[in-house]
Design a protein around this ligand. Structure first.
Ligand code: DGL
Length: 262
């Protein structure tokens, strides 16, 4: 099988990973991408990590027959719970995960105060806690779980007023604080970047990792010699476990929309 015929598989608990898919396709226009969103089982954030691991492994296994050349876990929660397991199962191909950009936010704002938004699963994970420990001396991090943003995106971003009320309550304890940066530590959140900015009410830099994930994926494909050559026509396919027409058409709408911060 030619390298160009093997896809890069991109997995998320639902629609959020489309923010990463978009960056991947922009950085590697010659590659074939197959996206699988597990909206039937979303949200992953409040689930037990063992269950998240099982769902992620099962989701990726559905695409095994395509002979992927790489797996991108476009979900911070699934990365924390399942990256090691996927690496064990697929030792012959790269497995690229995603983690909240807390380190980068603090490096760019030394001594600053960072608001880190993610799912409960990501925030409680040993991986995230380790990162916090490593950057503790660089500044202060306030970590907040924001499951309501995941539901807003999964529900087609229809209830704008409800989202603004939710964010108002979420940010209320920090009304008197001006953060130096806000980490979007869940791949659903870039789609609500405008709402997050509006609720905070002041200009602030948002940090997310889709660009870093796309560059790392490209780097590994080039290093392994499996990158598709110039001239190959790239392709994007989107699949969803919820398998409803509306879910797929909203997925394509999200793919065309440029998230507010990237
Ligand atoms: N998009 C996912 C993430 O980056 C998780 C959303 C969810 O299913 O709770 O963490």
């Amino acid at each position: 099988m030619k390298h160009s015929e093997r896809p890069v598989v991109v997995f998320d608990s639902g629609l959020g990973g489309i923010s990463v898919l978009k960056k991947l396709a922009a950085v590697m226009p010659n590659e074939t991408f197959v996206y699988y969103g597990d909206s039937a089982n979303a949200p992953y954030g409040p689930r037990d990590p063992r269950e998240v691991c099982r769902l992620t492994v099962e989701g990726v296994a559905r695409l095994e027959a395509l002979h992927p050349k790489a797996i991108v876990i476009a979900c911070n929660t699934a990365t924390a719970a399942a990256q090691e397991e996927l690496e064990k199962r697929y030792p012959q191909i790269p497995v690229i995960g995603i983690e909240p950009a807390v380190r980068r936010a603090l490096q760019e704002n030394p001594g600053g105060r960072i608001l880190s938004l993610a799912t409960a699963g990501t925030l409680a994970s040993p991986r995230y806690q380790r990162q916090l420990g490593e950057v503790a001396e660089l500044g202060k991090v306030v970590s907040v779980a924001a499951p309501g943003i995941v539901s807003y995106v999964e529900d087609g971003m229809r209830d704008h007023a409800g989202m603004m009320a939710y964010l108002g309550e979420l940010f209320a304890p920090w009304q008197s604080v001006v953060f130096d940066g806000v980490v979007l530590g869940c791949t659903h959140f870039p789609f609500a970047a405008a709402e997050i900015r509006q609720a905070l009410g002041y200009p602030v830099r948002l940090y997310e990792q889709s660009g870093a994930v796309a560059e790392e994926t490209q780097r590994q494909l080039i290093e392994l010699g499996t990158a598709s050559k110039d001239g190959c026509a790239g392709k994007v396919t989107i699949m969803n476990s919820a398998d409803e027409k509306t879910m797929l058409s909203f997925s394509w709408q999200l793919f065309s929309a440029v998230p507010g911060c990237i």
